[in-house]
Design a protein around this ligand. Structure first.
Ligand code: ATP
Ligand code: MG
Length: 412
């Protein structure tokens, strides 16, 4: 679990504000859920035999002996909240959330125990246009962030639950016959969660899968035409994708569309955003049948990518525009008032006042990197005058009453 330090937060803010702006242009509303839920919620939604539920959850008993879990992801909580407040049945919703998620994993680059997701969940829309919309809005986001060229879209259809069950049975039959060639994890999954074997990283298992039944051959007609429609929209929008027949996702609740945005710039932890359709989930959690489509992006991985590609504007890293300092003792109480008057006069201007310690002040002020450096002194008449540098261009002996005008002029 990491601290996010002041030198890092500008990148976070850049990402967060860009996401907010893009989501607003698609008409999405923010929802905020608690970070703790009843354990059962995640077991019933994510699935008992998934990695998350089997070994990654932070679960504890509260003082009342109730089993609670720090949320490992947002979709289950969002459905729980939507159901509890009557947001889901017989209506459409476009929601987004952000916040910390918790998984007990082996920490490494791009994988942490407290990490952050920004997620999008839509409800009540069964046709492929909304699948296309959520993918297109993610693509727009990468474009706005300046990372579109560094990510690729992988796409697959999981079909209906019924179609997948038939495929699953055939896959198990095939893999049972080659059980000795499977890696240990996959052998264990053969009983509990055979679809997950498809995204095993083991080379032997992958070689075995080359001759295994392929999910696409099992798709029902409805899922096939849904997928074709989605691809058509993405083609028309000029969004490139790669169909990956082995993309299954680690959570049990997906059907039809699944997708991942992947980068090759971050090593093994290359998936920066993942999602899909989950038409059965609301019902599975006790609500009335409501289709859903969503995704979650991994904020830390996106931050790593932004930093690797060095795309965050330098100006965003500088927390103030003006550095204001007194040149000598005795006027500091007037300085703090002057700073506030300047904030009134030039709204939005970010002013940092030098407080206490006046040694070597001219150099210190310049080293802050502020666009404006203002050094103030008292003249013989007792008025304040300043020397003001704007990007190293000096103006000398500016009267107190003229500082605001100069700042306004240069800001314009
Ligand atoms: P992975 O295969 O990398 O373990 P996942 O399938 O468990 O990912 P999801 O549950 O789909 O991931 O979460 C969506 C996104 O959240 C991931 O694509 C990733 O960017 C991010 N993410 C997931 N787990 C972590 C983690 N422990 N630390 C940082 N980011 C994470
Ligand atoms: Mg994982």
């Amino acid at each position: 679990m990491n601290d996010i330090l002041p030198e890092q937060t500008p990148v976070w803010q850049f990402l967060e504000s860009t996401v907010k702006n893009v989501l607003a242009t698609y008409g999405y509303s923010e929802i905020r859920m608690p970070v703790v839920e009843q354990t059962d919620l995640f077991k019933r939604s994510i699935g008992e035999v998934t990695d998350i539920v089997e070994k990654e959850m932070y679960t504890f008993e509260d003082r009342n002996g109730e089993s609670l879990t720090l949320r490992p992801e947002g979709t289950a909580s969002c459905v729980r909240a939507g159901e509890e407040h009557g947001l889901l049945f017989n209506q459409t919703q476009r929601l987004w959330y952000q916040g910390p998620m918790f998984r007990y994993e082996k920490p490494q680059k791009g994988r942490y125990r407290q990490f952050h997701q920004i997620g999008v969940e839509t409800f009540g829309m069964a046709s492929a246009d909304i699948d296309a919309e959520v993918i297109m809005l993610s693509a727009r986001l990468w474009k706005q962030l300046g990372i579109l060229d560094a990510v690729t879209l992988q796409l697959n259809s999981l079909g209906s639950n019924e179609a997948r069950a038939v495929f699953r049975a055939d896959l198990v039959t095939y893999l049972e016959a080659h059980k000795d060639e499977l890696d240990e994890d996959s052998r264990r999954r053969l009983e509990s969660n055979p679809l997950r074997i498809l995204d095993s990283k083991d080379a032997g298992t992958q070689a075995l899968l080359d001759k295994a039944p392929v999910l696409n051959d099992y798709l029902d007609e409805d899922s096939k035409s849904h997928f074709a429609e989605l691809c058509e929209s993405l083609d028309a929008a000029g969004i490139k994708y790669e169909i990956n027949p082995r993309l299954v996702r680690g959570l049990d609740y997906y059907c039809k569309t699944v997708f991942e945005w992947v980068t090759d710039k971050l090593g093994a932890q290359g998936t920066v955003c993942a999602g899909g359709r989950y038409d059965g989930l609301v019902q599975q959690l006790g609500g009335r049948a409501t289709p859903g489509v969503g995704f979650a992006m991994g904020v830390e991985r996106l931050i790593l990518l932004l930093e690797t590609l060095n795309v965050v504007p330098d100006a965003l890293r500088q927390p103030f525009d003006v550095y204001l300092a007194a040149e000598h003792k005795g006027i500091q109480s007037r300085m703090v008032v002057l700073a506030d008057q300047l904030r009134d006069a030039v709204p939005g201007l970010r002013i940092q006042l030098h407080c206490s310690g006046l040694k070597n002040i001219a150099n210190k002020a310049r080293q802050t990197g502020a666009a404006w450096v203002i050094l103030v002194r008292q003249n013989e008449e007792g008025s304040l005058v300043s020397n003001l540098w704007y990007n190293s261009e000096p103006s000398y002996d500016v009267a107190e009453s003229d500082i605001a005008a100069l700042l306004q002029q240069q800001q314009a």
